[in-house]
Design a protein around this ligand. Structure first.
Ligand code: HEC
Ligand code: HEC
Length: 395
């Protein structure tokens, strides 16, 4: 017994050490490097056109949308703007589990940086364009709490806004003309989208690191990434299987997946995409609707979208660019820290509804820390002039 004890203690210490000890980087293979390149902003294709939005890339619309984004007069109490929840200094989120304005929203505020690339907006994809999305908060009683007629009147009565509007779209409608007001409301959404299309992520340490790997510049690699960050990246594209869903330059496949995130305390599980799919089909402002692309053939995403039971409890894969700034995490902000997020993936719990597509990872403690260290390398300010990130001066 006396002789056994030290051996047991040594074995136990060794096991604990193994559990915590961080792994070391291994060399990247050619296949790894191809994956790495596919994840950098250098691989980001040009922003696709938005067929339902003729002013999507009109600089005058972006200026107008910028003003509206920060304008609290668009809300019922005069105190709420898009930027109340999408705060530029927090990568366009609000730091809260659930958004808070006139009331409490159902879900967590996602970033809007880079979301112009997504065919679907919202965690459940219940809108199919950014301009159609922008209409919802304006009339949501928990958010701006206004209505389309009031908004069209506000624009008509503000000389600057009226000039911007008529310059882009022609005459404002008579307020009694419901169809005209609907069309003008859609146009208001379109200018928000024109602004949002400018909000693209800037190159992060990760992008610079990959450039150094491709160039074979080991000195620069060592300046940019610690060993822990390198191993974290290797786990991300390897054993931890994160790139199954978080892939491409924005680290999202823009698809819907159930990852077994438990419901917020005291709440029923959120059905997610299975409901969002029905809602986007019913949205009068969708691609196939009267204000959409003009021809159903331009709406392939909507026509061929999945609606099956595999979407129960599924949510859109969020971009991980700037993820360090967007806590708390997941659709209702259930997980306060990135540490808890990697812990969640490591365990891959059974889903409360539907089926968790992610598998348990069995990573060691040290590896979880390394994975988290890598996620912190994805931050950089948006790639736009700083003037777009604050309210425009009003004269
Ligand atoms: C009260 C806070 C709040 C306000 C105000 C608000 N949003 Fe949001 N926004 C949210 C929340 C919460 C979500 C996610 C809701 C969901 O998915 O069900 C969201 C989602 C979005 C998305 C989708 C992003 C994605 O990744 O799917 C865009 C784009 C967006 N908002 C833009 C806007 C614009 C433009 C305005 C102003 C017209 C605005 N928001 C006003 C809280 C807010
Ligand atoms: C099967 C697809 C899938 C895999 C695999 C996956 N994710 Fe996710 N990820 C998602 C989805 C979907 C969400 C949103 C889930 C929700 O809110 O319910 C998400 C959310 C996140 C978030 C929260 C982002 C935010 O803004 O709230 C982080 C961080 C994250 N994943 C990191 C990872 C890491 C790290 C891995 C690998 C260990 C990983 N993911 C593997 C699909 C996936």
């Amino acid at each position: 017994m006396k002789r056994l004890l030290p051996a047991t203690i040594i074995a136990a210490l060794f096991a604990v050490g193994w559990y915590h000890w961080p792994a070391s980087p291994r060399p990247f293979t050619a296949a790894d490097i191809a994956i790495l390149e596919s994840l950098t902003l250098a691989s980001l294709p040009p922003l696709p056109p938005d067929p339902g939005n003729p002013v999507a890339d009109d600089p005058r619309a972006a200026v107008f949308g910028h003003a509206l984004f920060f304008d609290t007069r668009l809300s019922r109490n005069g105190g709420i703007s898009c930027a109340t929840c999408h705060q530029p200094e927090r990568n366009f989120t609000d730091g809260l589990p659930k958004a808070q304005a006139l009331g409490t929203s159902r879900r967590n505020t996602p970033s809007i940086v880079g979301t112009a690339y997504s065919p679907w907006q919202y965690w459940d994809g219940r809108r199919d364009s950014q301009w159609a999305q922008a209409l919802s908060p304006l009339e949501d009683p928990n958010e701006h709490g206004s209505d389309r007629q009031t908004l069209v009147r506000l624009i008509a009565e503000d000389p600057d806004y009226a000039a911007c509007y008529t310059g882009l779209f022609g005459e404002l409608p008579d307020l009694q003309d419901a169809a005209g007001v609907d069309a003008a409301f859609a146009n208001i959404g379109r200018v928000f989208a024109a602004y949002e299309r400018l909000l693209m992520p800037g190159p992060a340490p990760f992008d610079e690191y990959v450039a150094a790997v491709v160039a074979g510049d080991t000195e620069r690699q060592a300046e940019l990434f610690s060993d822990d960050e390198v191993v974290g990246l290797q786990l991300f594209i390897g054993k931890a299987n994160c790139t199954q869903c978080h892939n491409g330059p924005l680290l999202t496949n823009n698809e819907f997946h159930n990852t077994g995130v438990i419901a917020a305390p005291g709440e029923l599980p959120d059905k997610g995409r299975v409901v969002g799919a029905r809602e986007v089909l019913a949205d009068p402002f969708n691609c196939a609707g009267a204000f959409g692309a003009g021809s159903p053939s331009a709406c392939a995403e909507l026509e061929f979208m999945r609606t099956g039971p595999e979407l129960i409890g599924a949510f859109r894969t969020p971009s991980l660019r700037g993820v360090a700034e967007t806590a708390p995490y997941m659709h209702t902000g259930q997980l306060p820290t990135l540490g808890e997020v990697v812990e969640h993936y490591n365990l891959a719990p059974l889903a409360m509804i539907g089926h968790n597509e992610a598998k348990p990872l069995k990573l060691r403690r040290g590896e979880l820390r390394q994975l988290e260290a890598f996620l912190l390398t994805l931050s950089a300010p948006p790639a736009v002039d700083a003037k777009w990130l604050r309210a425009p001066a009003r004269d």
